[in-house]
Write a protein that binds this ligand. Structure first.
Ligand code: SF4
Length: 262
């Protein structure tokens, strides 16, 4: 009896290891959008084995960054087709990208950006308006619940989340149980919860790629012109994604989402 149980456990372990290795291999940027079904399976396998994988990574003192990149990438590929058909979309993005002297006030649904030009949110709001998204700048993952319950977000069926890979993966996992919502994620150039930024060109390309088939561009006033005219006052040069400390903002090893390669 014990022998049979032992054989069964070993068999399960072997199957799990094979599934994990296959999912990681397939998910390493090899999935294309037309294989969204395969991407969904890979994402499901990685979600199922997420905790054991994190356990192994901790045991071997590794970094989970690449795992989170692969998971976000596969979830995006699985969700894109469905996302394009969504009717009411919101962007949920973190407050760590705003300038330290941000004049905006905070409400239950997040930071009420005044488009003051000090940080990347001025441009994100313009892109969002043109692309028919409402932006919520949240102060933490618990704020997302308030946002989704708010009147402003009523009827939302598409969420474009912005964040570091860890937070994106966490948020996408948490929202995956909600059948009404389709979620895609776009990574920031860096993590650390302070003075973060985003590749605006890559973000713009990503969002354009998610347009509804019946999309009609909403004109924002002199969009490009204002983008060039805004004075840079933040710690990051958010127009180029270059930090003032001289480094390319980031730490992202690139999963095909930055720099317009989404
Ligand atoms: S643009 Fe940035 S700094 Fe200015 S109000 Fe909006 S979030 Fe705050």
């Amino acid at each position: 009896m014990y022998r049979e149980i032992g054989i069964f456990v070993v068999f399960l372990l072997l199957v799990s290891v094979i599934l994990i290795i296959s999912a990681l291999y397939i998910g390493r940027g090899r999935l294309k959008e037309k294989s969204s079904f395969a991407a969904g399976i890979v994402a499901g396998v990685l979600d199922f084995y997420y905790k054991p994988m994190m356990g192994w990574i901790q045991v071997f003192s590794g970094s989970p960054q690449r795992l989170h990149e692969i998971m976000v990438h596969t979830k995006n590929e699985a969700a894109k087709k469905k996302f394009r058909l969504t009717e009411k979309r919101i962007i949920v993005a973190p407050h760590c990208m705003r300038h330290r002297d941000c004049p905006a006030h905070v409400t239950r649904t997040g930071i009420q950006c005044r488009s003051c030009g000090r940080c990347v949110y001025t441009q994100i709001l313009k892109i969002a308006e043109r692309e028919h998204y409402k932006v919520f700048i949240v102060t933490g993952s618990s704020s997302v619940k308030h946002v989704l319950r708010s009147d402003e977000a009523k009827g939302t069926d598409g969420i474009l989340a912005v964040g570091c890979y860890y937070e994106l993966n966490k948020g996408m996992r948490e929202l995956s149980g909600n059948r009404r919502l389709t979620v895609c994620g776009y990574p920031m150039l860096d993590s650390g919860c302070y003075n973060t930024t985003i590749d605006l060109i890559g973000f713009e390309n990503f969002i354009k790629d998610l347009r509804h088939p019946d999309f009609k561009e909403r004109k924002t006033s002199d969009f490009r012109e204002e983008k060039e005219d805004l004075t840079e006052t933040g710690d990051n040069d958010w127009k180029s994604g270059i930090r003032k400390d001289g480094k390319r903002a980031g730490g992202s090893s690139g999963s095909g989402m930055s720099g317009g390669r989404a």
